[in-house]
Structure formats: C-alpha cells, structure tokens
Design a protein around this ligand. Structure first.
Ligand code: SER
Length: 315
C-alpha cells in the first residue's frame, strides 16, 4: 500500500514548502496537510487538507486512523521571539504536539516521525564557532528549552519504545513562498522583501551578529533525505546538527547591494539581540554528513540571487 503522510503545521514557513515537495514526490492524495488555519492556495488546492489542532491527541489520532497515516511531519511550533512573550502557550504547543506524535508511534499507530529541533537548543556557554554535535547545552529561551527537552524525549522514546523519530537542528531558514513568523532569524527574510519594496531595511540585530542560516530548498531536502535514510545508519536520535552557511546582517546587506546598489540598511537592535547572542555563529554538521550524506547546496550568494529573482516575480 502507498504510504500516507500527515503534516501538522502545514501552513507555516517550512510546512508549506514541505507539503508541496512531499506531494510532488509521493503523490498529492498521499500527503495530508493540516493546520489550525487555512494556508496558501497552492497548498489548499493541491491535495487533502484538514483543520487540526496538533495539541489534541484525540483529534490527531482520528486523522491518523482515517487516512491510515504511516508518517508524521510535526512542523507546528511557536518560534523564539513569540515564545518569549507567551511562555506557557509556547511550552504547551511545542511539547504537547510532540508527545502526541511520540505516543502515537509508541502505540504503533504510525511508523515514523520527523520533528525539527533548532540551533536554539544551544546557549551562551556553548562553543560559538563550529558548534559540535555533542556539547554543553544550556538554552536560555523558552523556545530553546522546549526544543532541548523535545530532543531528550525523542532520544528516550527511540531507546525505550523503539520509536523511529528523526530530527535536525535547523538554523535560520530563508524562504520566499511563505514568510517566517516570530523567529529571531526572520530578519534574513524581511531584508529581501524590504530591499525590493522600500530600498532600505531597519534591522533588529546588530551589524556583526553572525548566525547559522539555510535556504529553504536545502532545509526541505534535508528533511526528506533524513526520512528516506536507512534507520540503522542513524547514530543520533535526539537531533542532528545541520549547517549550510553563516553570515551577519552586514554581510547579507552587502550581498543584496551587489544586485541593488542603492539598498541601504540601518541597525536598531531590540530584545531579539540577546536571543541571537546566546546562539552559535556556525555549526559543525559532520555527523549528518557522515551518517546520511548531508550536503548543502545554497551559499549566501546563491540564496540572495534566488530570493531576489523569486520575490521579483511575485510582485
Ligand atoms: N528560526 C528560529 C527562530 O528564530 C530558530 O529555530 O526562532
């Protein structure tokens, strides 16, 4: 029987592109998108969609049973900046949704889970450059605490109940189809939109704040390649470090200026600066490369060229 895949949080920044990519790969009817709200036309019109609250075990179980779902991609989460404003809601959403899918797998109602973790699991005492897979982790944000805890539960369910859960620690993700919402790395998407619309951008991080980043095409390919890897190759069942590029607001502005010479940037750091300061500047992803052949394709120049090209066609 053809496998059936459920995406929770399908209307978000990652979920939208992931759903479309999975539909192209596995067939529209076999990929069920779900979210608590409706999404883009291309997502809503290309295959099954269900309004679904990922924090309700009964509701998720019902959809899993109805569609005979075998794999779940859990993309519903509250990101770092918003989570600082609503700590309890963030904890409830980020943890309850994860427990729901882990328990469905424990009960053998689904076979496989993809759940994204984040560079937010690291803290200010973590080595900042080339942050290793195994290192000191003392997250200081609500979001980071939820992702770090989630990682421990994933490893636990894998070890104790043989749950096949797979995860990567995503860096900041840059995309043009759907915008991010409530993250600290969102500036790296806003800057392209504002460059085209206004010719100027006021950045909420300092000019020299380096963070790990990735273009969405790489992020989607990473999820699918990890899910399609042979399970016995995977030595990490908490979450894999995943890298692609690293840059500062000053550097991304420089790469935009090569194409839009008039573009100007100013800096007005807010509360998100402290969050960024607690995160790594670059990531050592050698374990992912070794175990399942991870290899990024987009650097900053290629990302800028693609972002400006695609956003221009939208406007
Ligand atoms: N992009 C996320 C954020 O900024 C990090 O995982 O919250």
């Amino acid at each position: 029987m053809q496998q059936s895949i459920l995406i929770l949080g399908a209307c978000g920044q990652i979920g939208t592109e992931l759903t479309l990519a999975l539909r192209e790969r596995y067939g529209n009817e076999n990929v069920i998108a779900s979210d608590i709200r409706e999404g883009s036309d291309s997502l809503m019109n290309s295959g099954p969609f269900e309004i679904l609250d990922a924090t309700s075990y009964d509701a998720v179980e019902e959809i899993v049973m109805h569609y005979e779902v075998s794999e779940v991609y859990l993309m519903a989460a509250m990101l770092s900046a918003t989570a600082e404003k609503f700590p309890e809601r963030a904890w409830n959403l980020n943890m309850n949704s994860l427990f729901n899918v882990l328990n469905l797998a424990k009960e053998k109602k689904i076979d496989k889970i993809f759940w994204p973790s984040s560079i937010a699991v690291f803290g200010k005492n973590t080595p900042k450059e080339n942050t290793p897979q195994h290192t000191l982790m003392e997250p200081s944000t609500v979001y980071g605490i939820s992702k770090q805890t989630g990682e421990r539960w994933c490893a636990y369910y894998n070890a104790k109940y043989d749950v096949d859960v797979r995860s990567v620690r995503y860096p900041g993700l840059i995309s043009w189809k759907t915008q991010p919402g409530g993250g600290t790395t969102d500036y790296a998407v806003e800057i392209y939109l504002q460059a085209l619309e206004e010719g100027t951008y006021n950045c909420f991080l300092k000019e020299d704040t380096a963070l790990p980043m990735m273009f969405m095409d790489d992020a989607i390919r990473a999820a699918i390649e990890l899910m399609e890897s042979a399970g016995e190759k995977l030595s990490i069942r908490s979450s894999y470090n995943l890298g692609a590029m690293s840059f500062t607001p000053g550097e991304i502005a420089g790469s935009i200026k090569k194409q839009l010479p008039e573009f100007s940037i100013s800096y007005e750091p807010d509360f998100r600066q402290a969050i960024a300061d607690s995160w790594p500047s670059s990531i050592d992803d050698s374990q992912a490369r070794k175990d399942w052949g991870w290899h990024p394709e987009f650097d900053l120049e290629r990302t800028s060229a693609e972002m400006l090209k695609q956003l221009r066609t939208l406007n």
